[in-house]
Design a protein around this ligand. Structure first.
Ligand code: 475
Length: 844
């Protein structure tokens, strides 16, 4: 009865090493097969939304081949992997990105066209997962795209929130939040890995005991255990076979949980408890850069960190014992990047695994931990720095609290050695803030437990060193480095702006998509009138498309020949959307008072503002109200008809950004100097042939260096002047600019309505020249100066175009490809691991 294992294996191998064909006819067969067998529909006229599902599944099949091959290859090679831990990923839509990265856009478009469907229409059926707030989450997704494109073995880890970023609607002129249940139609891009689940403990107690050698050991026991369920999404690279993985965790009740509570006879109580398990991953916290201190948020952070570390640990342990690998080699195989402090609880969690499970001595465990972690800071705003009450951590994670205290104790001994009896320094560097209740400062923990800490733009890193961590800098000068942010040219040029992309490809071939330096030579073409003409035509195409979109979806008509000015980002006082609105109100006043002669010299403008306000952020919501009210009044005033339109576009997200950015002439990045860590929208706009009105803040500074001062309209106080200006205004209030005075007067007078909650007065009171924290009043005159310069420059069409060309083609360093190469070299010490596809694959 000999079972022929060899024969089975051989047959299996043969069956599974075939690859899907990608010619047009085969793609069509695959589409129809998915309609019939995945959607279970037949011989019906299908709407585009069903055909979206079928197309997505067909593309997914092709992704899966590359994905499983890549993962198997990197496991076999045992290469060092990067793990990017982030509570947020703003991935945007996947279909367009996938067909483009697979090199199958043309084939799918043709396959669909022949059966009566349009790929673009189908793509717009996709609901984007909005699993992030803003810049930090979008950066994480740009990084995943680059990591795959450059063949780095890298995984993203995060949370699969059931409800993503809320949907913003404007109802009676105000922001109203609606739940974003993005999974209604299923999610064809993910694979639920039922074989990848981990238990995660919460609450409970710590038991101390002795091992046979008399060493004291600790075990975390009791409490409740929930399960983390893995959902994987393939992340394809562009122009490579490599396909990485993004693993998101969803919470569900554990088996023990079920048994224990149901056996206790409390049926309803047991069901409620189960519901509570699932609530851990139910909703994304919609606060961008403000810390809320909510217990559920801490649960989310630990839940995701615990599952992730168990997963990484299991993968690494497969190598331990193989050859000479021991736990000490973990840093040779594992690099973990903490995307801000949100996953910083991973530091004591890894310590716990090494101490309590692996039973390593403290020093050994600590050395491993420090070599594994690196931390990126994304903001120096004090209200964003995470702190957790000691009692809360003690209750939820008792063993971690002990470990944090021990880390702190040993760290403070070092401080004491370096600065004997310097209690002030001691208390500012301590992980524990001696307040009541005591608080755990997650940023101090992250700095102490990481080998490298980086800021995200030059000025931000400088401020990080001088304002946030000056003492840590003295202690560990080499720990702090800068890695300026970047954005992926795949989504933000190739996909979002086909008109410009085809000009580039026509000039230098398709290689620029993975190597933006190749655009540099095009700069000289700025002198060629014919080339400028083509460039303008591309911009015009995009503006026309946006104008049509605005008409279709908002019933607003704008003139595509007007200057399109955009400020699209989260609403924040420090980002100063108010400065923009005051500028618009000023322009409105000028228009209504202008003589016919003066009108002729004015530049027709369309002002677009978009962005979400955190639900509890009153000032931000007031601002949204004001923009909507100004737009109502301005757009219905005959005096403005051909000169000014103001549009607030609701529900700003990645897909909307892809429509807006390529159509902009000017974009505004006008934060109070020193407050915007980097900004990444600024990079996207310039790459797409728009110019910036901006302050000397974040990456604006480096962008200006790259594109030249003459190609940027800068204004406002510099970062190193801000503190002195603030100090001075309190006792010596500056005179208010008369134009600002008039604009504020118009708003206060009720020209844009008088909300009964005094919302507008609240906004204006905050820029009183005596307590103008964000320097809005202070910077107003120079802001108007920069806007006027931009208007003047826009009137010389040829020169303007030349500026745009020069700027756009100087942007290579703001590709996330450059950014990731720096992370790889300076922080992770990882190498690309390209997987060469099997021969029969490439032959098809
Ligand atoms: C900066 N988000 C941008 C971008 O580096 C920068 C904070 C707490 C909770 C949830 N979300 C946050 C941020 O702090 C954030 O998005 N920061 C942004 O990171 C990428 O370009 O200047 O504000």
């Amino acid at each position: 009865m000999g079972v022929d294992h060899l024969a089975h294996k051989e047959l299996l191998w043969k069956l599974s090493s075939t690859y899907l064909p990608n010619d047009v006819a085969s793609l069509q067969r695959s589409l129809v097969r998915h309609v019939e067998y995945t959607l279970a529909r037949r011989r019906y006229k299908l709407d585009t939304s069903s055909f979206y599902q079928a197309t997505a599944h067909s593309v997914r099949d092709r992704l899966i081949e590359r994905w499983t091959d890549t993962q198997q290859y990197s496991a076999k090679k045992g290469a060092k992997k990067v793990y990017y831990l982030s509570l947020e990923f703003l991935i945007g839509r996947s279909l367009g990105n996938a067909v483009s990265n697979l090199g199958l856009r043309g084939a799918y478009a043709e396959a669909l066209r022949q059966i009566g469907y349009d790929l673009e229409d189908i793509m717009s059926e996709e609901k984007e997962p909005a699993l992030g707030n803003g810049g930090l989450g979008r950066l994480a997704s740009c990084f995943l795209d680059t990591l795959a494109t450059q063949n780095y073995p890298a995984w993203g880890y995060g949370i699969r929130y059931k409800y993503g970023m809320f949907e913003q609607r404007i109802v009676n002129g105000k922001q109203v939040e609606f739940p974003d249940y993005w999974l209604t139609d299923g999610n064809p891009w993910e694979v639920e890995r039922l074989d990848v689940q981990y238990p995660v403990r919460l609450f409970g107690h710590v038991r101390e005991f002795q091992d046979p050698d008399g060493n004291t050991l600790y075990a975390w026991e009791g409490g409740e255990v929930v399960m983390a369920q893995a959902y994987d999404t393939p992340i394809p690279g562009y122009g490579t076979y490599n396909t990485n993985n993004m693993r998101l965790w969803s919470s569900k009740p554990s088996h023990e949980f079920n048994l224990a509570s149901f056996n206790a006879g409390n049926y309803y109580g047991a069901v409620e408890a189960k519901e509570r398990c699932e609530s851990i991953t139910s909703v994304l916290y919609p606060n961008d850069a403000t810390e809320e201190g909510k217990r559920l948020r801490l649960k989310q952070q630990y839940f995701f960190v615990s599952a992730t570390l168990q997963d990484i640990y299991r993968r690494f342990k497969k190598n331990v014992g193989r050859g000479s690998t021991t736990m000490k080699n973990m840093p040779d195989k594992v690099a973990i990047q903490l995307n801000d402090t949100h996953p910083a609880i991973a530091i004591p969690e890894l310590m716990r695994l090494l101490l309590d499970i692996e039973r390593l001595p403290w020093d050994e465990a600590w050395e491993i931990t420090r070599k594994v972690f690196a931390y990126t800071n994304h903001t120096i705003l004090p209200e964003a720095l995470e702190k957790w009450p000691v009692p809360m951590i003690t209750e939820l994670l008792p063993r971690h609290m002990q470990i944090i205290y021990e880390i702190n104790h040993r760290f403070l001994l070092e401080v004491q050695k370096m600065w004997p009896n310097d209690t002030a320094r001691m208390s500012s560097m301590s992980i524990i803030e001696e307040s009541s209740p005591k608080m755990v400062r997650m940023s101090n923990l992250a700095v102490i437990g990481s080998h490298t800490v980086n800021g995200v733009a030059m000025i931000h890193t400088k401020l990080l060193k001088s304002l946030l961590f000056p003492d840590f800098l003295l202690m560990w000068p080499e720990k702090f480095i800068n890695v300026t942010n970047g954005v992926t040219p795949r989504r933000w040029l190739l996909q979002a702006n086909p008109a410009l992309a085809s000009i580039y490809t026509g000039m230098v071939g398709p290689g620029w998509v993975n190597d933006l330096k190749r655009l540099e030579p095009i700069k000289t073409m700025a002198q060629d009138p014919q080339f400028r003409q083509r460039w303008r035509a591309a911009k015009q195409t995009n503006k026309q498309a946006l104008a049509e979109w605005l008409y279709r979806s908002m019933n607003i008509r704008v003139d595509p020949n007007a200057l399109f000015d955009m400020q699209i980002k989260r609403i924040h006082e420090y980002k100063r959307q108010l400065l923009n609105v005051l500028g618009i109100v000023h322009r409105y006043a000028e228009i209504t008072q202008a003589t016919p002669e003066q009108r002729k010299t004015m530049v027709p403008r369309v002002h677009i503002i978009a962005g979400k306000a955190a639900p509890g952020y009153v000032m931000a919501k007031n601002l949204v109200m004001l923009v909507c009210a100004v737009s109502e009044v301005v757009n219905s005033d005959a005096a403005c008809r051909d000169l000014l339109k103001v549009v607030f576009v609701p529900n700003f997200n990645v897909s909307l950004a892809e429509i807006l950015i390529p159509a902009s002439d000017i974009s505004q990045h006008i934060s109070t100097a020193g407050m915007e860590a980097s900004g990444t929208g600024n990079m996207k706009f310039v790459m797409n042939g728009g110019l910036i009105v901006g302050t000397m803040d974040g990456a604006n500074i480096e962008i200006e260096q790259a594109i030249g001062e003459h190609n940027m309209f800068t204004f406002g106080a510099k970062a190193d002047q801000v503190a002195a200006i603030r100090r001075k205004m309190a006792h010596d209030p500056p005179k208010i600019d008369p134009r600002l005075h008039r604009a504020m007067g118009m708003i206060r007078a009720g020209i844009f309505g008088k909300p009964d909650d005094g919302a507008y007065n609240q906004l204006l009171d905050a820029i009183d020249p005596r307590k103008d924290v964000y320097l809005t009043a202070h910077d107003f005159p120079s802001y108007l100066g920069a806007i006027a310069e931009a208007d003047a420059a826009y009137q010389y069409e040829e020169k303007w175009t030349a500026k745009c060309i020069e700027a756009a083609c100087s942007m290579w360093m703001f590709s996330s490809d450059r950014t990731i190469r720096e992370y790889a070299a300076k922080i992770w010490n990882v190498e690309p691991l390209p997987f060469r596809p099997p021969r029969h694959h490439s032959e098809r």
